[in-house]
Structures are given as structure tokens and as C-alpha cells.
Design a protein around this ligand. Structure first.
Ligand code: SAM
Ligand code: SF4
Length: 341
């Protein structure tokens, strides 16, 4: 018999602008073993552990989204691999891949623990991962990440490749920091068959520095690259907001994520869950829904399903990020490590 609960269970998620929500990004922790200058302040206060969803609750929530039509799950953070026992969650979510109800389980990581965890990730169904790497200079890497070690990350990338994981490198473009190094990052990524995606800094959360100093418009980077490389516009779409080019000289792909200079909201198919069970319907807006209370209200998923439906019904049309010298305050007050980028 079809009950009301199962109907709401299976209703696919279409927002008020007709966009199908098929992609859920899940931050499993706000903690990290790095302190990247554009992401965190050096002295972050992290959430008390009791506020976090348990791994079982994360599984329950993700599974509710999968039943509602989510086909892609990205696990992120903070640094997702520092969450205790996180492999339990990958294993649990991997069952949806086996059942054919999920197309992709993936993660975004700083790479620091890949040398230990790549084998398990592959075993639980992960096939592609994003690794954040802004520089290939050990000194600059220390300056950017404050606590990270480049060699460890490079070893992690090698271990991941050996385990069979396909890598995409993400680099945040930072004026005066890595802008002279993009060629080298292209050679590094494409030399190992990985795509490279460049990201503009986004005004999220208070950090110690001044973001207008670091902000580097990717339109400028692209114009500069075109003096040395042949960038061919290609229709490739990885399911995200990146616009891709193929570099004729390397045969590899280069993506640009430009939230500030280009609006990609019309095709947005995603929502974001924080480690405390707050659902953000847009990365650039503060409106959010509390799924944790719904989750804890009862053991069946009825309240959770209604809370999800209600939230999707409020997904906004788009963001309005601005970085300029008049508005020094971040556009949204939460850090990227809360919503997971
Ligand atoms: N710790 C993992 C990592 O670094 O890949 C996952 C979480 S991190 C918040 C996800 C991505 O967001 C990283 O590629 C990072 O470089 C990027 N990021 C963090 N803060 C950002 C900001 N203010 N603007 C643009 N990208 C940012
Ligand atoms: Fe940690 Fe990733 Fe933020 Fe860097 S960008 S501090 S690695 S969460």
C-alpha cells in the first residue's frame, strides 16, 4: 500500500524555479588539520561535538535525499577525512551505489590523509575525488595552509592514483601568491591525467586578512593564460558550476569557477548539508533549514521528509556575492568550512 509517508519519501525535489535538486554536498565536520588563510582564521573555535550529527544521522539524512532523487553525494568539510570513523559513513552510503539509486559518491579533500585512506575509499565505491592544491612550492604551501605539508599531500595524491581514484585538482587563485604558478599547476595536473579547476576566492566568514588583497578575477587569469596556451571552449560539464576549456598543448581540461564574475545560478542543482544538520539551499545566502530537529523528532523519516520538501520549496534564485573595497564585511558570515565549499 502506498502511504502518505512513502509518497513524500519519493517525491522528487523541484524548486520554485523548476530546477531539479539531484546533488547533495555534505560537510561531515567543521574541523580541519590545515588553516588555509582564505578559509579559516588561525584560531578557529569549532563546534562542540554534541552539536554534530552522528554518522548514523548523516547516513539517515543522506539516504532520505537519495530516496528523493539525489544522484550525487559529495562528502566535504572542514577536512572530511579527519572525522573519526568517517569510513563507516562511506561504507554505509556505498550501498546506494550498489543498489543503483546513486550515481556517484565522492569527496573533496586537502589530501593530507589520502596516503592512509585511498584504498578504503575505492573499496566503498568512490571513483573520483577532488584534491585542493594551490601551489607546488613547499614554502608557499606552508604559508597558505599554515599547518600543511606539501610532500605529504603529494604522496597522498600518488597513493590515491595507485588505488584507482581519478583525481581533479582544485586551486584557489590568489593574487600575489600563486598567480605566477598557474602554468606549473597546469603541467602538474595534466601531466598526470587530472583536470585542474581554478576557483575565485569567495567572501565567506571572517578571516584575518583583507580579501580584496587576495581577490584575483579569473577573467584576468584566463586572458593571461591565453597568451601562452591555446584554450578551446568545450561543452564538457562535470555537473558543477565550472566552465571548462581544453588546452591544446596538453590535451587536458582546465575549469574556471567564477562565482563573482559570472553567475551560474540558473542551472544550480545542489543543496548543502552542514555537520549540524542545517540545510543551505544556496552557498551565497543565509537562509537555511534545520533538519536535525526533524531527524531527532522521531525514528521514522516523515518529519525529515517534510522538512526537506519545505526547504527545497524555499531554494532562492541565486546569490549576490560582492567583493569590493566598499563592502569589507563577508557576504555571508559562515566560513566555507561550515558549508563545505
Ligand atoms: N578541506 C577540504 C579541502 O580543502 O579540499 C574540503 C573543504 S574546503 C572548504 C573545499 C574547497 O573550498 C577547497 O578547495 C578550498 O580551497 C575552497 N575554499 C575554502 N574557502 C574558500 C573561499 N573563501 N573562497 C573560495 N574557495 C574557498
Ligand atoms: Fe581546511 Fe579545506 Fe579550509 Fe583549507 S580549505 S582550512 S584544508 S577546510
Amino acid at each position: 500500500m502506498t502511504t502518505l509517508a512513502t509518497l513524500s519519501d519519493q517525491a522528487s525535489m523541484i524548486d520554485p524555479f523548476g530546477r531539479h535538486v539531484t546533488y547533495l554536498r555534505v560537510s561531515v565536520t567543521d574541523r580541519c588539520d590545515f588553516r588555509c588563510v582564505y578559509c579559516m582564521s588561525e584560531h578557529m573555535t569549532f563546534l562542540p561535538k554534541k552539536d554534530l550529527l552522528t554518522l548514523e544521522e548523516l547516513d539517515r539524512t543522506c539516504s532520505a535525499f537519495v530516496r528523493k532523487g539525489v544522484r550525487k553525494l559529495r562528502i566535504t568539510g572542514g577536512e572530511p577525512l579527519v572525522r573519526k570513523n568517517v569510513m563507516w559513513l562511506f561504507k554505509a552510503l556505498g550501498r546506494h551505489l550498489e543498489e543503483g539509486t546513486l550515481d556517484e559518491l565522492t569527496l573533496t579533500t586537502n589530501g593530507s590523509l589520502l596516503h592512509r585512506m585511498s584504498g578504503d575509499l575505492y573499496a566503498f565505491g568512490v571513483r573520483r575525488i577532488n584534491v585542493s592544491l594551490d601551489t607546488l612550492s613547499p614554502t608557499k604551501f606552508k604559508e597558505i595552509t599554515r599547518w600543511g605539508d606539501l610532500e605529504n599531500v603529494l604522496n597522498g595524491i600518488t597513493a590515491a592514483e595507485r588505488a584507482g581514484l581519478k583525481i581533479k585538482i582544485n586551486a584557489v587563485a590568489l593574487k600575489g601568491v600563486n598567480d605566477q604558478e598557474i602554468d606549473e599547476l597546469i603541467r602538474f595536473a595534466h601531466g598526470r591525467g587530472a583536470d585542474l579547476t581554478l576557483i575565485e576566492t569567495m567572501p565567506m566568514g571572517d578571516i584575518e586578512g583583507d580579501r580584496t588583497d587576495q581577490y584575483l578575477p579569473l577573467s584576468q587569469v584566463r586572458a593571461d593564460l591565453m597568451e601562452r596556451w591555446t584554450l578551446k571552449d568545450i561543452p564538457y560539464n562535470s555537473g558543477g558550476p565550472a566552465r571548462y576549456y581544453e588546452i591544446s598543448e596538453t590535451g587536458g581540461r582546465l575549469g574556471f569557477i567564477t562565482p563573482l564574475t559570472h553567475n551560474f545560478c540558473e542551472s544550480c542543482n545542489r543543496v548543502r548539508l552542514t555537520c549540524t544538520g542545517t540545510l543551505y539551499m544556496c552557498l551565497g545566502q543565509d537562509d537555511a533549514a534545520d533538519l536535525r530537529s526533524a531527524l531527532r523528532a522521531s525514528d521514522d523519516d516523515r518529519a525529515l521528509n517534510s522538512a526537506i520538501d519545505e526547504a527545497i520549496g524555499r531554494k532562492p534564485k541565486g546569490h549576490d556575492f560582492v567583493i569590493d573595497r566598499r563592502s569589507q564585511a563577508p557576504a555571508v558570515s559562515r566560513h566555507m568550512s561550515v558549508t563545505g565549499g
